[in-house]
Design a protein around this ligand. Structure first.
Ligand code: GDP
Length: 298
């Protein structure tokens, strides 16, 4: 991800490298190049506009620094602004003060939710937590089984519906799971919910009902970064229909252009909290805006 954007920005900066001083025309030309680079990377237009306006404004107003040449100053500005659009600080999980922390996952089918649930469980285990995975995706026949397989891979128990225990009713399963977590002293409950291929009202309502029933400490919207501009539309639809606290970007290892990652925070106002970048259970970490910006400008 971001290979094209990285290359284009590198070329842009090369064009101003040898200059002792940047004229307004140089700044305008550079801003234009940055604009094209971002648009080609599939970054949403309003985000691009604001980004470029800020870079221009700062480049014109910047104090002449002794330590940095003009090209370095622009690179620093772009780096700062990338960190800003990616959300600034790393947003960490909020744990419940008492009782188990409940984390609910929502998103479209195929976004990588089930995989992510297990990755998150493994990551939490490494933080010293005792997570419980909950199979509240009862829509897809194979979803419960898939979560069980993933749970086994990371050695985390899975709470799944059983006869007399919420079969066919994801809200009851989620509610029961929280009770089970209390009984068995799990301190984090990760609720995997149903996804559909497209956004639909029933899906939204079910997710909203689960949310109302278990009152999660964190609702995470899981989205495939490879789906480009659609990611932003889906993110907005889930924000309106279900509501969430943070975003998880999956498939960042893909070769898509990365615009989703660069637009979603600004468009939704919600931070990206985690990033998933591969099929291995360990291909997962907190999302660090500064590191991501660094990688783009590497
Ligand atoms: P769900 O329908 O949202 O539960 O999605 P799944 O967890 O079943 O994932 C859908 C597909 O994407 C599976 O084949 C996963 O192996 C794959 N996948 C999930 N996360 C990643 C990732 O970060 N990178 C890559 N390359 N593939 C992923």
């Amino acid at each position: 991800m971001f290979a094209t954007l990285s290359d284009r920005l590198a070329t842009t900066f090369k064009n101003i490298r040898g200059k002792g001083r940047l004229t307004d025309a140089d700044i305008d030309a550079t801003a234009r190049e940055i604009r094209i680079a971002l648009l080609e990377a599939d970054v949403a237009l309003p985000v691009v506009r604001e980004f470029v306006a800020r870079v221009k404004e700062r480049a014109r107003g910047e104090e002449v620094s002794q330590a940095l040449n003009p090209a370095q100053q622009i690179i620093k500005i772009v780096n700062d602004e990338l960190i800003t659009i990616l959300g600034g600080e790393t947003r960490r999980l909020r744990y419940a003060k008492t009782g188990p922390t409940v984390i609910m996952l929502a998103g479209l089918q195929g976004a990588g939710k089930t995989t992510l649930a297990a990755k998150l469980a493994l990551w939490l285990k490494e933080q010293g937590k005792a997570p419980l995975l909950v199979a509240a995706d009862l829509q897809r026949p194979n979803a419960v089984n898939q979560l069980q397989v993933n749970g086994e891979r990371v050695n985390v128990p899975v709470f799944a519906p059983q006869p007399g225990n919420g079969v066919g009713d994801p809200v009851a399963v989620a509610r029961e799971a929280v009770e089970e977590a209390k009984r068995k002293l799990h301190d984090v409950v990760i609720v995997d919910t149903a996804g559909r291929l497209g956004i639909d009202e029933e899906l939204m309502k079910q997710a909203a009902d689960i949310k109302a029933a278990v009152n999660p400490d964190e609702v995470l919207f899981v989205v495939d970064a490879m789906i480009g501009q659609d990611a932003v539309n889906t993110a907005q639809a889930f924000l309106d229909g279900v509501g969430y606290d943070g975003v998880v970007l999956t498939k960042l290892d893909g070769d898509a252009r990365g615009g989703a990652a660069l637009s979603i925070v600004q468009i939704t106002g919600k931070p990206v909290m985690f990033a998933s970048n591969g099929e291995k259970m360990t291909d997962f970490d907190l999302f660090h805006p500064d590191r991501m910006a660094g990688r783009i400008l590497d």
